[in-house]
Each structure stands twice: as C-alpha cells, then as structure tokens.
Design a protein around this ligand. Structure first.
Ligand code: ADP
Ligand code: ZN
Ligand code: ZN
Length: 755
C-alpha cells in the first residue's frame, strides 16, 4: 500500500509515499515527508494500491516519520476541507494548512498534559516576607487548592500571577507537575435567565426544536441593537450545553472585549475558551486542542475558529453576521458565515446568524427559503430606540473657532451639532462622534500650485499625522505623513516640493483634528467654563496594549465626555451614558463607485447609531450631511434598515449583480501594468466555450498601484452557481499554468465582497 499525502504546496494534487516499516499511518494523521530538498509536514488523506499510483515505484520515497497515532482530521473535518478546496478552488494541502494552528502545522506533537502547581509540604507563609501582602494573599490562594494543587489555567484565571509562581518555584516552596486534563464538569447555570418576550421565545423554540430533532436549521435573527439577541443566544445555548454539547459563538474581531467573555461567564459555569488573533501560538494550540477534545464547552472565537475541530458541536452562533471581518481576504478566501451554514447542515445542528443589519446575501437566502428569519423589532428591557435626524450642512452655518493668535478657522461642525453636543454634556451625559478616518487630515495640498502629497508606492494620498497638543509639548516626531495602505512614511515638507510655496494646507478632517477642534471648544479652560474630556478612540490611540482598556474604564465611569472614534467604536460596545451620537460625514459612502458601498455605509451608520441610549435614557442620532436629498439616505432615515435593504436588493436584481449573480474575482498582481493585463487577457483566451458567464475585464483594480505593485482584475458573473464552478473547475488550474502567469501573483476570490 502507498500513502497519499496532502502538502501545503500550491499545486492541485497530492503526493504518494511509501510507508515506513512500522506500518500505515491512519488517515487524517500528520506525517513528515521528504519533498525535494525539504522536509514537510503533510496530512495523510488516503491509502492506495501501488498499481493506482502514477509514480513508478523506484521514484517513490518513504515517509520519514508519523507524528500522530490518532487522526487530527477526522472524516467530518476532512470532508469540510474537501468542500472548502472545491468551493474556493484552493489546493487541499493549503486548505488543511490554513485549518491548523501554527504549532500543529509545524509538526509539534499534541500536548495532552497541562501544567499544575502544588505547594511543597515543607513550605509555609512564614517563608515569605510578612509585609509582602500580595505575595501572602497569592500564597493563601494556592493553599486553598490543598495538596493536589491546581492547573495553571485555573490559577491564572483566579488572578494568580505567573511571575509569582516561578518565583516560589525558585525558592523551593512549590513544584510543577504535568497531568492530563480532567474531563469537563457538566455545565450549570450561574445566574437565572431573563423571562423572554414572545418574539425572543419564538427563536429559542426554533433552535430547541431543531436540536431535539437533530436537524439543521439556518436562522437569521434580525434584531435591532439592544433588542435582546444576546439573551436569545444565551437561552438557546443553555439547552444545548445542558445536553452536554459544545457551542461555538463567532464574533467579529473588534467585539472581543473583556465583556464578551464576562457576559457568557456570568450566566454559565462552564469551560469557556476565547480564540482571537492576538493570542500567542501556544495559547492558540491549547484552544484548538480544547475544542477538539471537548474540554471547551463554550468557544468564543473570531473567523478562523469556524475551521476548528469539535467533538460534539450542538449550536453555532454567528454574531453580527454581516460583518466584513468574517471574509478572509487572503490565502483561502472563505466566508465564516457561509462555512458555519455548511458545517451546521453537515452536523445537523442549528446555526443562528444574528445581526441588526443583515447583509443582502443573507436576506436573499431568506427569500429563497434557505434561512428562516426572526425579527426583534423593539429594544428589550424598556429602552427606547434612538431617533435619527438629518442636519443640512448646506443651510446651517458651520461653527467658527478662533486660535490663540486670533485667527478664525472652520471646525467642520455645524452650529446645530455643536449646540446639541453642549446640551448633552451639560445634562451630564456622553456624546459619541463617529469619523471613520484616523490621523489629522487626509490630504496635504499646496494652495499655490495644487501639488498634493501622494504615496510614491500607491495610488493614494498621504495622510497628515500631526498634533498641536503633542508639538506644544515639544514632541515633533508626532508630525509626519503616512500612507494608510502601505505604511510608507515621510516628514512634512516645510515648503511645496514643486513650487517652494509655503502655503501648504491640511485639507479634510481626521480624528486627531476633530479632537483638537472639540478640545478648543469644550475642553479648553481658557475658552469654556466647564471643561469636558475629549477621548479619541482609533488605532493610533489604542495601539499600546492596555490603552483600550483604560479608555474603556474612563468611558464607563459615565462622566460627561466626548468620544471621538473610528469604526472601532461602532460594534458591540455598550456605553450606557452615551445619549447623543453624531455622524458629521458618515453618509459619504452613498456616493462611492463601489456598488456595495451604500449597503456597508448604512450598516455602519446603523451600528454606530445603536450606541445611543443603550442605558435607560433615550438616545438621539444626528447625521450632518451635504446631500440631504440623497434618496438612499432618506430611505434609510425614514423607513429604517430593512426597507432600505429591500430597495437595494431590488436594484441589484435589475442590474444583475450579487446576490442575484454568483461572482468570482480573479486578481492579478505584477511589477508592471502590462504584465498584469497580459496574464488576464491570456486567461480569458483559454476560457472554455460556451461558458455562459459575463466576463468583465481585465480592468484596473480600485487601487491599481499599491505598495509598488500593479493590480488588475477580472470579474466572472454567473446566473447559477453551478455554471460558475463548472467553468472554474477546469479553467483555474490551467490559468495558473499559463506562461504569462509565471512571475506574478494570481488569486481567485469566490463570492468576493469588494471589487
Ligand atoms: P442585543 O444583543 O440585541 O444588542 P442584548 O441581549 O444585549 O441585546 O439586550 C439588551 C438589554 O436588554 C440587556 O441589558 C439585556 O439584559 C436586556 N434584555 C434582553 N432580553 C430581555 C428580556 N427578555 N427581559 C428584560 N430585559 C432583557
Ligand atoms: Zn506648490
Ligand atoms: Zn502607500
């Protein structure tokens, strides 16, 4: 017999190897094999007869070692991998590689033991300095676990510090030992559930019904912010957890705040595992193993968690299912919500897609009868829905501010907006201003000759990063130009490089500039009687590890303040004292060339608006706009998201765009525009005929030049998914073999979410 091995090499084929003398490794196990001059970790995907191999026997090499005795990919997971490979037209070996955490991919043996700590019989409190209260307290904590000690995980969760453990180990007071993980205790309720409303109960009943009949159910839970979606998840989960099964909750990256875990932990006494991108490889490996072994009962994770192994999964929840972070944008370009539905159907378990602003794709699945829709249209617990109001920035004068030198400048905020902010602050409440652009200003312009500071590597302006506050403190390194696409940086030129004029002007407004303007109006003791803090929340101000938590704490103290934030603040957060949300120019996306832009803009606006009045106070949302007659904007404000989304769907149908067409996007990246175009032209030339597809391109990608590389794309649209895959099955691997494709990067994106 020979062993078929899938390797992470970009070829649509697997490789045959001779077994070692010790026998055949099981299917789904990792093996180490020779590959050219390299040694690679691969997955056994089959056993075949020698006669079936295309390779002559004397050319075959033997595997070097077997890493796993038991499969790490069981049949179910292997069939998921095969489906992903076929659906996304991505080589199986690469798919399997994406599905493994780094350490597993590198061949690290499964680690089924966990570190435990116990106090040595000879050690007592007296060995520690009497006045070291913290050490005494931590020692007492460890002592509570008695002579058998406790696992490091448990101790860390209880607040023990790792440095303390290693210090005591050095002092010879405690010792570490390895022990297999104990099987998890049955989940119990730590807190009583709320009494559900009729609307909520209907969803929970649907989940329970599917679970009890062991059948798949795809559920779209369409509920406005604060309508009690999370309570629905919790009660649906309870049923599944009490039956001894695992629950997976997917969340967008941004929502992974400490409260996400706290909310679930306060309801259930259960093993909860968090999986997100900031974890180190060891923790990720542990999390992966906990999912696989069943030790994890509740798993809260970001996108890639949908590819993890589970022994006994009973429910999948995809929270904020419309969020674009669920779509992987490189290598295997999967959409976690789609994979969740596929997995749910295979496992015969319910899947809930929850959202306040469902994507058009999901609404279309409801129309097609593939998802059942449940709506929660009122806020739970009595809070009222925030009112949305437009401010016509063409009619309203904008607020002028005077610098200390007596110069007047425009703040970009209308008088009406400033008034509303002031009233809210004076009432002791908080304001959130949403501006999806960090930095000081998006453009540096020469007023004399029209020169603009552009990135030398991208088709993009450089963003001005600048802060009066920091410069006044002598911190000049805080002022620079930066490309937000490739991170290229330079200093701000003192004069125009083209005409030497000194009239360089920062145009437009980023969060730093807005914060400084607001500071001058509301936070400066020289200009205002009551001073309010201005809290800027974006990637620049939250880069340091604990800065976001600090900001969070400050906000949750509830004192009047203005929060200025990018989309970081839009999702999931609960700021109970925010009663006014302002969007000074969030509606710009309605004018973008991308046909998906209105949908995404509206989703973001509704998400941000949902931050208003989440506590017991009513909220207000003010949208400052230069295009108050824009029909899409009006529809959204007057009728709400769903009628807006239905109108967009009708438009897409007429125009023959997704979700009424099935799309595949071929992207080509090359050193020259000509090479990129040529490869795509050659690709078109070898399309099978007749192919029944609409072929658009090659056309320049939205940002043609990025990081000194040129991007061109080709869009294929089909009326039926079958047609699209039929063509791609043969064509795509041929495209990759084209002579003109040799020295450039070609990628395929199925169901792309932007082009
Ligand atoms: P969502 O997840 O849709 O934003 P949440 O589940 O967070 O909504 O609910 C919003 C608030 O309403 C929470 O404070 C929650 O405790 C409360 N709530 C939810 N369901 C109920 C209910 N059935 N009865 C009373 N309060 C509820
Ligand atoms: Zn100039
Ligand atoms: Zn750039």
């Amino acid at each position: 017999m020979l062993i078929q091995v899938a390797l992470a090499v970009p070829l649509f084929r697997h490789f045959d190897y001779l077994p070692m003398a010790s026998g055949l490794p099981v299917i789904g196990a990792r093996v180490l094999v020779p590959f050219g001059a390299q040694k690679l970790v691969g997955i056994v995907i089959g056993h075949i007869d020698e006669a079936q191999s295309e390779v002559p026997k004397n050319k075959l090499k033997a595997i070097l070692s077997v890493i796993d005795d038991e499969p790490i990919f069981d049949d179910r997971l292997l069939s998921l991998a095969n489906w992903l490979s076929n659906y996304y037209h991505y080589p199986l070996g690469d798919v399997l590689s994406v599905m493994m955490p780094k350490l597993i991919r590198q061949g690290k043996p499964l680690d089924l033991l966990t570190t435990h700590w116990r106090i040595l019989p000879s050690a007592t409190e007296a060995d520690l300095p009497a006045r070291a209260h913290k050490q005494q307290a931590q020692f007492a904590m460890l002592k509570l676990h008695g002579e058998h000690g406790a696992s490091e995980d448990v101790l860390l969760m209880e607040g023990m510090e790792r440095s303390f453990l290693t210090m005591l180990e050095k002092k010879g007071m405690i010792e570490r030992f390895e022990k297999p993980k104990a099987p998890p205790k049955p989940v119990s309720l730590a807190k009583l559930p709320l009494t559900l409303t009729g609307e909520q109960q209907a969803v929970v009943d649907a989940v329970i019904g599917a679970h009890e009949s062991q059948s798949y159910a795809g559920i779209l839970l369409n509920g406005i912010t604060g309508s009690g979606k999370t309570e629905v998840y919790l009660q649906a989960m309870q049923h599944v957890l009490e039956a001894g099964q695992q629950v997976l909750i997917l969340v967008p990256e941004i929502g992974l705040t400490p409260q996400t875990r706290a909310r679930f932990a306060s309801r259930f006494a259960a093993n909860i595992v968090l999986l997100h991108s900031a974890m180190n490889p060891t923790h990720r490996l542990q999390g992966w193993q906990d999912c696989k072994s069943g030790h994890a009962q509740i798993v809260i994770g970001t996108r890639s968690t949908i590819l993890y192994p589970f022994t006994n999964l009973g429910l999948i929840v995809v929270d904020e299912a419309h969020d674009s972070s669920y779509k992987q944008q490189d290598s295997l370009r999967y959409h976690a919500a789609d994979v969740a539905l596929y997995r749910g159907a295979g496992l015969k378990i319910p899947v809930i897609l929850g959202s306040a602003t469902p994507s058009l794709e999901h609404l279309k699945l409801v129309d097609d009868g593939k998802l059942s829709e449940y709506q929660l249209l009122k806020r739970a617990g009595g809070a009222s829905t925030a009112k949305m109001k437009l401010i016509d920035a063409r009619l309203q004068s904008t607020y002028q501010q005077t610098t200390p030198d007596g110069e007047r400048y425009n703040t970009g905020l209308t008088d009406a907006l400033i008034d509303a902010i002031r009233r809210t602050l004076d009432a002791g409440e908080q304001v959130l201003i949403f501006l999806n652009r960090r930095g000081y200003a998006p453009i540096l312009l020469c007023e004399a000759c029209g020169w603009q500071a552009d990135c030398p590597r991208c088709d993009a302006h450089l963003t001005v990063h600048f802060s009066n506050q920091l410069i006044n403190q002598g911190n000049l390194s805080q002022s620079y130009l930066k490309c937000h696409h490739c991170d290229w940086q330079s200093y701000i030129p003192p004069v125009c490089p083209d005409c030497q004029s000194q009239n360089l002007d920062a145009r437009g407004m980023g969060t730093t500039r807005l914060s400084e303007n607001l500071h001058a109006i509301f936070g400066n003791p020289q200009t205002s009687k009551t001073v309010y803090p201005i809290i800027q929340i974006d990637r620049d101000t939250t880069r340091r590890k604990d800065s976001w938590e600090k900001i969070y704490r400050q906000i949750n103290e509830g004192k009047p303040a203005i929060l200025v934030g990018t989309q970081m603040v839009a999702k999931g957060h609960h700021f109970p004292n925010v009663t006014l949300v302002c969007l000074p120019n969030a509606d710009r996306g309605f004018l973008s060339a991308d046909f998906r832009s209105p949908e995404h803009t509206a989703q973001l606006m509704i998400q941000v608006a949902g931050r208003a009045g989440r506590g017991d106070k009513a909220g207000q949302v003010l949208i400052q706009t230069l295009q108050p007659e824009n029909p899409l904007l009006l529809k959204l404000i007057r009728d709400g998201y769903l009628p807006f989304a239905q109108a967009l769907l009708a438009e897409r149908k007429v125009m023959g765009l997704p979700p009424y067409r099935f799309a595949a996007l071929v992207r080509c990246e090359a050193k020259t525009l000509a090479a990129a175009n040529q490869a795509l032209k050659d690709a078109i030339a070898i399309l099978p005929k007749p192919h029944h597809l609409a072929v658009l391109g090659p056309i320049d990608a939205p940002m043609t030049k990025k990081n000194s590389r040129y991007h061109v794309q080709l869009l294929l649209l089909a009326k039926e998914r079958r047609q699209l895959h039929h063509v791609l099955n043969h064509w795509w691997s041929q495209v990759l073999q084209l002579p003109s494709a040799k020295y450039l990067k070609l990628t395929l994106d199925i169901d792309p979410i932007s082009w």
